[in-house]
Write a protein that binds this ligand. Structure first.
Ligand code: NAD
Length: 258
């Protein structure tokens, strides 16, 4: 079983969904976890749950779109726990007004890029030197299955931001490969979290998505946490620059079972 004993992890977006479940699982596997989010109440809730199960964690408020906040969150991990070895750049948004290129405003495009793509860049900008100081480690950047497939339910800013995450991840993996730093992307399929359920807010919309998933169900945040754990741990020691798709088969499907 993968172990994160004596490791220090920083997870962005740890107040909710995939980030929260990953924080709980990483702590369960022995890591000290800095739970970062813009929503402090949620981040503190995650920390309380970790501590009540005997794990180590601390909460930190940071907006991943801010360089100052990203520098401070990495400093907080080193101050609280002495080092940083695992960086999970997971925070992201899906804007309800994200649509076709004609219907998406510049404001929605810019906001999505600032959080979903620049946020990953800034996490790496400050996090990778800290991982280097610790002697190496693992960076996980959250992309999405939508970076691999086109859809007629458009969200052009979101899709482009996630494509950027894949390209950025690949390049960082190559740059840092000989420094004992692995950089991989996690590409989740449709997961039953607040982010997606707010977007697919009717049964008809959920059904429209479900019909494309061979497994016939949404994924659970815990299932993404397990994939992130694999990328964070030494179990994936020969893996870098990968686009780890964990998607119920959606990107493999041409026609799904009846
Ligand atoms: P979620 O909405 O449950 O959680 C996202 C968290 O990120 C929230 O706690 C939110 O407060 C935080 N956040 C948002 N903007 C932030 C910012 N500027 N700085 C710091 N924190 C911020 O969503 P989730 O489904 O758990 O999504 C996690 C990641 O997975 C996102 O990058 C998302 O794009 C990606 N993803 C999700 C799905 C899905 O179907 N749910 C599919 C593919 C990829």
């Amino acid at each position: 079983m993968p172990s994160l004993k004596d490791k220090v992890a920083l997870i962005t977006g740890a107040a909710s969904g995939i980030g929260r479940e990953s924080a709980l699982l990483f702590a369960e596997k022995g890591a000290s976890v800095l739970c970062v989010d813009v929503q402090m109440e949620g981040a503190e809730h995650t920390v309380r749950d970790i501590k009540s199960s005997g794990g180590k964690a601390a909460a930190c408020r940071a907006d991943v779109a801010s360089a100052k906040d990203c520098e401070a969150m990495v400093a907080a991990a080193e101050r609280e726990f002495g080092k940083l070895q695992i960086l999970f750049n997971n925070a992201g948004i899906m804007h309800s007004d994200d649509d076709t290129s004609q219907n998406t405003s510049e404001e929605v495009w810019d906001l999505t890029m600032r959080i979903n793509l620049k946020g990953v860049f800034l996490g790496c900008k400050y996090g990778i030197p800290a991982i280097k100081r610790a002697g190496g480690g693992s960076v996980i950047n959250t992309a999405s299955f939508v970076a691999h497939l086109g859809a007629a339910t458009p969200q052009v800013a979101y899709t482009a931001s996630k494509g950027g995450v894949l390209a950025l991840t690949r390049e960082l993996a190559v740059i840092h490969a000989r420094e004992n730093i692995r950089v991989n992307a996690l590409s989740p399929g449709p997961i039953r979290t607040e982010l997606l359920m707010k977007f697919l807010n009717t049964d008809a919309k959920k059904q429209r998505r479900l019909v494309h998933i061979p497994m016939g169900r949404f994924g659970e945040a815990r299932e993404m946490a397990q994939a992130a754990l694999f990328l964070a741990s030494d179990m994936s020691s020969y893996m870098t620059g990968a686009e780890f798709l964990v998607d119920g088969g959606i990107t493999a499907a041409y026609v799904t079972p009846e």
